[in-house]
Design a protein. Structure first.
Length: 300
């Protein structure tokens, strides 16, 4: 099988994983506290990632990478999984899954703005248009289409969902300067984070959970935190055209709405669908424009 075909298949596998996690988050939080979900999901993901890293690179490589990049590991591990998922899970706990998922999806626009501020990357007209469309979509979702009023759900939840986009974008800003192998890096991030989330679970909650809670947390750890990333990084490594694979991610939020409706029985509000179309449309237009500009800049 050609590498590009395999890349598409791995990309679709990642999309399949990520399309189910909004539903899994909400289902898990019916049985677990946010601290319990974070601990058991992190424990599961750490096991999977460390096993994969050791099979691919060996234990000595893992240890050497930590010794050489321990500062990066501690900072990145604090952001992901500790802070990011604690904030994100809290947002899902307070909001309908469709709302938390849609707002969180606007993180790419935050990344563009932060890259302009921190990395001095120039924002172009298409970036401002995309930002306008995305945040118009966020406002429509957060107000359920009543732009001069508020929606019928938690304002704190909306704030936390927006905060999660800043945290995730910050993590990717750090990743741009991360020279570690991606799998090794993520495995180390989760290894150093595990004692922290274990302490938080012990201090603020407890380790006693139901079988349904354990099962759902394991699912989140495998599909969201481990396999989704592994499939996606493999797809990007195999493809000869990164934008072709990257475009697959725009399937994820709409598939997520299908699972939210079918499994959680959440009625999908028209404002959610309309706002999500604006968010995805803004991001897709931004990506296509940048891809065209990159093609023009390549000498022929």
């Amino acid at each position: 099988m050609k590498n590009d075909t395999r890349a598409i298949l791995f990309g679709l596998a990642a999309v399949a994983c990520w399309s189910t996690v909004a539903t899994a988050f909400k289902f898990s939080l019916q049985h677990l506290t946010t601290q319990q979900l974070l601990f058991y999901a992190t424990l599961t993901a750490t096991f999977v990632l460390v096993v994969v890293a050791m099979v691919q690179q060996g234990g000595k490589t893992l240890l050497r990478s930590f010794q050489e990049h321990w500062q990066m590991t501690l900072i990145a591990g604090a952001l992901n999984p500790v802070i990011y998922y604690e904030v994100l899970f809290r947002a899902y706990d307070l909001l309908p899954a469709q709302v938390a998922m849609s707002i969180n999806y606007s993180w790419a626009i935050v990344l563009t703005a932060m890259a302009a501020i921190i990395l001095k990357q120039k924002m172009k007209a298409v970036d401002f248009v995309a930002a306008f469309l995305c945040y118009t979509g966020v406002v429509i979702i957060a107000t359920e289409g009543r732009l001069l009023s508020t929606g019928e759900f938690s304002l704190l939840g909306v704030i936390l969902a927006l905060a999660s986009t800043v945290i995730w974008a910050s993590y990717w800003i750090i990743n741009m300067r991360d020279t570690r192998d991606p799998v090794i890096g993520l495995a180390l991030n989760f290894l150093v984070a595990l004692p922290v989330v274990a302490f938080n679970c012990w201090w603020f909650s407890s380790f006693t959970v139901t079988a349904a809670g354990i099962g759902s947390a394991v699912y989140v750890g495998v599909m969201e935190m481990a396999l989704g990333f592994l499939f996606w990084s493999t797809a990007l490594r195999l493809t000869s055209n990164a934008s072709r694979v990257s475009n697959l991610i725009f399937l994820s939020p709409f598939l997520s709405l299908v699972f939210i409706y079918l499994i959680l029985n959440e009625a999908i509000h028209p404002a959610t669908l309309g706002g999500l179309v604006l968010i995805v449309g803004g991001l897709l237009g931004q990506q296509w424009q940048h891809a065209l500009e990159n093609q023009k800049s390549v000498p022929t």
